[in-house]
Ligand binder design. Sequence first.
Ligand SMILES: Nc1ncnc2c1ncn2[C@@H]1O[C@H](COP(=O)(O)OP(=O)(O)OP(=O)(O)O)[C@@H](O)[C@H]1O
Ligand SMILES: [Mg+2]
Length: 417
Amino acid sequence: MLSPSSLPTIGIDFGTSNSAVACRVDGVARLLPIEGAATTLPTAIFFNSEDRTTHFGREAVAQYLSGTEGRLMRSLKSLLGSALMQEKTAIYDGLVSFEDIIARFLRELAVRAGRELGQSPERVVIGRPVHFVDDDPKRDERAEDSLRHAARAAGFRDIAFQLEPIAAAFDYEQRITKESIVLIVDIGGGTSDFTVVRVGPDRATRDDRSDDVLATSGVHIGGTDFDQRLNLERVMPQFGFRHTGAQGREVPSKVFFELSSWHLINWLYAAKAVRQAKELRTSYSDTRLHDRLMAVLEERHGHRIASAVEAAKIDASVTDAETTIDLSCAEAGLVATLSPADMAQQLATPLENVIACAHACVKRAGLRSNDLDAIYLTGGSSALRPFQHALRKSFAGVNLVEGDLFGGVATGLACAT
Ligand SMILES: Nc1ncnc2c1ncn2[C@@H]1O[C@H](COP(=O)(O)OP(=O)(O)OP(=O)(O)O)[C@@H](O)[C@H]1O
Ligand SMILES: [Mg+2]
């Protein structure tokens, strides 16, 4: 435990899918255990309506999956900068703003970090993507403001921000022995962020590093978008997406887009949305598909299906073999399949956009790809096989270094304090 006087600032990586907290102790940044021994906490909250308790992380997801009545919220970060941020949502009997829900999550991180450190941390450096919102500086600023308000409501007094890929660069710098120019690639759940930096053991101790950050770029594409696309293409057709009704018209597609987007699923469970989905029945020629859709909405299986798609994505990537997606919650025995070739095809366009953003970063730094000494990979989605394949092809000859996929940003944020 630390004495209060030596209590340092903490670094929080508030991620779309996972969050992490780190702190510098005796000059060394280390991740703090925040869910049992784990140093990540999935960015998920479950409001249990049976006993009105609130749960976080793996425990939140487990409660939802076990069938407990309540409300699961994931991908909270995706709401930052969106119009939905101003809206209130029903939690138990009351209405709560999304900013307040994010504040509750940050407060929980502070409480867990405080338990580890022996005192509540009051100063924090929070990571932020290069763009919360693409091509809209006003909304982007609003997103950072919302996060700052949420952090203040969570009890932090001194709040600073650092770009996530710069934090990842500081983490990488701890492990290298010679000066190099590196492209830092952070592909997370919500965003893909890039930095070209000059790193080196002698540079790490300098106070002002702004000259070493040669360029940054970022795009709002990440693992949750990959999940959405795979869900839409491989699962939603079984519920009526692109299904043609008796009048020769397709079933209106909005419900399928929302049901496959992590942060929009909850909206579909509202009475009005369920009613609208019921009315879609006349647009179907095969009403069995509509029965499946209604079973998912009425029994609130949207997150379960999104989780199954995410698991299939990771499985197809890791094993390089075809995998199945269990849809028995919609209809007994129903499954979808996902093959590595399917996945590569479905994700080709978003991955091209991600790779273009990486090249834009290198160009902005006034460099060419063969000027890079290495490409450093961090963020869970950087492990995606079709992504690594596309990156290798596009940056032929540059060494790829795989880093700490889930802890690098938080560790780097703590280095920056
Ligand atoms: N082995 C894997 N292959 C492909 N994707 C993976 C793998 N492991 C995890 N992922 C994906 O990585 C994503 C989470 O990564 P990470 O925790 O780095 O994101 P995040 O920091 O929460 O998001 P962001 O930084 O964009 O806000 C999820 O979309 C998850 O499905
Ligand atoms: Mg991240």
